[in-house]
Structures are given as C-alpha cells and as structure tokens.
Design a protein around this ligand. Sequence first.
Ligand code: NDP
Length: 314
Amino acid sequence: MAENIEKVKCLIIGSGPAGYTAAVYAARANLDPILYTGSEPGGQLMITTDVENYPGYPEGIMGPQMMDDFRKQAERFGTDIRYEMITKVDFTGPIHKAWTEAGAEIHADTIVISTGASAKWLGLESEQQLMNKGVSACAVCDGFFYRGKEVAVVGGGDTAAEEALYLSKLCPQVHLLVRRDEMRASAIMQERVLKTENIIVHWNTETKEIQGDDSVESVKVFNNKTNEESVIDVKGFFVAIGHKPNTDIFKDWIDLDDTGYIITKGKSTQTNREGVFASGDAQDNIYRQAVTAAGTGCMAALDAERYLTEKGII
Ligand code: NDP
C-alpha cells in the first residue's frame, strides 16, 4: 500500500450529535475512529441558541456549548478529530475509500456517515441579520421562546404545516405564508392547518423583508396575485421551506430516496453498501432532533463494531 494512504477501522464523516456520539462509542470499543468534521464543525446546533429539550441539561444549554461538550467527550476516548472535509468517496470494494479536500486518501473498513442536513433559507439579507434574533428554522427548538407572541411561518410543505401546528399551541396567532394558491403538504396536514383557528394562511404571499434591528418586529410581504405589499407584526419568523441532506458525495454509491436522504435497512443504520452506516439527519427527514441524531450515531457505531467483529477485523 502506498505510503500516503491511511488505513483506518472506522471513519466517521460529520460532526453533529450523530457523528460525535458515533465517535464516543467507536472509540470506547477500540475502533480508533477518525472523525472529519466537515465545513461546519458541530453542525446545525452551532446556529441555535438555547437547547432546552436535550435530556440531561435541566437548565438548558447553548447549542455551540453542547457541541463542544460532545467533541470533548469524543476526544477523551481517543477520537482523532480533523477539521477538514471529505470531498470524495469510492465504495466499490470491501475497503471503502475516501479523500480529504487536501487530497489525502483514506482506506476504511467501516464508514459512519453523519453529514446531517442543512435548512434551506430564503436568501434575504435581513434573514441572515436576524438569525437567532427571531429568525429560526426549527419550531420545536425555538418555539418556546415565542410563547404568547405572534409568529410567521414561511413554506407550504409538510414541514411548514407541522411547524405552524406546533406553534399554534404556543402562540396566539400563527401567520402561514404560502407563495402559491395551494400547499404542497399532505392532505391531512393541510386539513389540520386549515381547521386550526389561530393559523391564518396567507396565500400567494412572498416574503420581501424581515424587519427589526436587534429582534424581529414584523415582516414585509407581497401578494403576487394582487401585487400589494403589506406588513405583518410578528416576533418570530420560522423558515420551513425544506431541508437538504448533505449527501451529494454519496449519491453514486449509496441508495438515497427522492429527496436525497440515505436509505437504511430495517431498524439498523446499514446502507446498501456493506460496512457503510448512516446516522443522524442525513438519513432522517422525520424526527431531526439532536437526541434522535445522537441515538442513531450510537447505533451506527454499534453496527460498525458488529460488522468488524463478524468480518474478523477486530
Ligand atoms: P417540501 O419541499 O415538501 O416543501 C417546501 C415548501 O416550501 C413548498 O411549499 C415550497 O413552495 C416552499 N418554498 C420553497 N422555497 C420557497 C421560497 N423561496 N419561498 C417561499 N416558499 C418556498 O419540503 P418539506 O420540508 O416541507 O418536506 C420535505 C419532505 O419531508 C416531504 O416529502 C415531506 O412530506 C416530508 N416530511 C414529512 C413529515 C411527516 O411525515 N411528518 C414532516 C415533514 C416533512 P412550492 O410548493 O411553491 O414549491
């Protein structure tokens, strides 16, 4: 084997709750894992503020602090953490190949994919400026902070419907901004939304700007049927126009569903490639919680350990 090729038993790609949890378990099982963080070490939790629904933190914790704790725990058991991207893989054979952005080649007996998903954003400047100051992409994470306040949700799919329904239990009024004259959400979700008295659906409505200095005060919208602009006073603005799983580099090797999420077998984290396991939001478009991601990260490491044992590698 060429000198510049590194051989590992377990390569973990991604550094959110799933990747770090996989690392804790893999390291404690003596798999000597190497973890590549990707371009956003810590993942989506790095752009949230207080996390109050992760068990074990009775007073809540800041998302970045929590990810720092996860990282330290993974390091404590010997995980080799590298702040780089994996940009290419080749899963042709029993030895799985991966390349870093710097061009280093790694050969791994097992791979745990935990590359997560990224929320899609509208792309407005004001959206960036007010991120975490009223702008959020997760009602379950941040909805609590808007109890008793009016909020808006943008989107017309199942995620937007779910976010609006969740917020309707906390907020007196939820404005659902749908850019067309129909929703893409499933019939049952649409029915629930339309039956909920404190959700007002604004059809044909596009967001022009989110207004406020240090926190969201209102949203300027445009009706593309009447060509009229108006302003809705809200304290929270939830963007729910979909997530994109970060799975592009795997698409030639791993079975993905229509929207790019990795398909895993039964109750396991096994993909269609032997020795390649998937965890976290890269394979979950339903729950998408830090705690569920951590759970599947644990499963992936246990699945990898079992695979290595069965193959006689460890
Ligand atoms: P979808 O792609 O289904 O819907 C995205 C929505 O956002 C669409 O209504 C789209 O409008 C709208 N949108 C996109 N870009 C913009 C924009 N720039 N401005 C305004 N609106 C925009 O994404 P979801 O996250 O809702 O769902 C993804 C998948 O996950 C779906 O298959 C869904 O069924 C599934 N899911 C299932 C759940 C469940 O079963 N409990 C819960 C959540 C999701 P338009 O229609 O005009 O394109």
